[in-house]
Design a protein around this ligand. Sequence first.
Ligand SMILES: [Zn+2]
Length: 375
Amino acid sequence: MRVGRYTGLVSLLVLWAGGLRAEDGWREKVRRYRYCYIDSVYWWSSDRSTRVVVRLKDRRPYTAHLFQNPSRLCIDIERAVLHPPKQTWEIGDGLVRRVRAAQFSPEKARVVLDLAEVRGYNIFRLSNPDRIVVDLFPKLPKPSPEGPSLVQQLGAKVKRIVLDPGHGGKDPGAIGLWGISEKDLVLDICRRAQKLLQRWGYEVFLTRTQDVFVPLEARTAFANQKHADLFVSVHLNFSRNRRTSGIETYYLSFASDREAQELAAFENAMASNLIGDIEEVLKGILKNTKIKESKVLASVVQERLVAKCRRKNRGVRTAPFVVLIGANMPAVLVEASFLSNPQEARLLKEAWFRRRVAEALADGVERYANRLAVR
Ligand SMILES: [Zn+2]
C-alpha cells in the first residue's frame, strides 16, 4: 500500500518534470530557434466552398498535397512547433470533417484537413498576420442551411449583392488632401448604393457597416456565405503623380501592367514582391473563378461610372486582388477616381459626387442583371 503510494508519487513527479521539459522545449524552439507555431484555425462554409485559414505566428515555407482514400489535404509547415503537440478543430460542414495538426518531425508540423470528395482546392498565403488560406470546392454541392433566396427560386439571376467598402478600422487605405481617408469615403458610397439597390428590389449586404477592420479573406467568405450573386469591392485610387486621375475597374487575373501590380500590392496590404507568391498559384485559382462573367460585370460597371461621373476612362484591367480570390460569384473591384488628385479629392469630399458614384454603381449592377435576365 505504502509502496504503491510512493511509486504513484514518483510517477507523478516524472510526469510533471517531463511536462516541464516539453513546455521548455517548445518555448526554446520558438524563442531561440525562431520556430513558428499555429496561432489559430478558423473557417467559413458556404454551399459551394469552404475556406479554412491557418494563422501562423511567423512566415514559414509550406507544401501541400492532396491524398485520396481517405480524401485529405496535408500541409507541411517548415520550422514549426506545435503546442500542445496535437490539436483538432471539428468543422463537419459536409466538405471538411475536421482539421488536425501534429508534429510530423522535430522540424515540421503537419496540418491535415479530413475531407469529403473535392473537385479542387486553392491555397495561398497572406501576411500581416501570416496565414495560409485554403479554399476547397466540393464535388457535389453541399446542402446549404440558408438556401437560395425567394427571388432566385422564382428565376431572377441577380438578386443578392454584396458591396465591399475597402479597408476600415486600423487600415485607412489611401489618405487624400485634408486628411480625408479612403475607408470613410467608400463606406459612404456603399451605403448610398445599398439604399438605391434596395429600393429597386435587391437584397444588399455590406461587408462592413462601420469603421472596423475586416481581413480580406473574410470579405469574400462573407459574400459566399450570403450566396451573393455579385460582389463589388469599392476603393479609391492613389498615385505618386498628383495629375493622374480617372476611374478603373478590375477583375481577378494576372496584373495587366506594373501599375496594376503596385495597386494590388497596396490594396492587398502586402509588399510588391509577395504579389509573385499570389501569381504563382493564380492559374489554379482562376480555374475556380467566374472570370468571363466578372469581365462583363467590370465593363458594364466601368462604362456607367465613367459616363455618370464624367471622369477619365482608365479602362477595365486585371490584377491579383486578394479580396477577389475565392468568390463564388462574378466579382469586381472598382477604383472610383484618385484621392491623390486634387480635383478628384475635392469632388469626393462633396456628397453629391459620392451620390453620383453610388448611382453609377447601382446602375451598373442593374444593367448587368438585366442583361442576364434577357438571355
Ligand atoms: Zn483601397
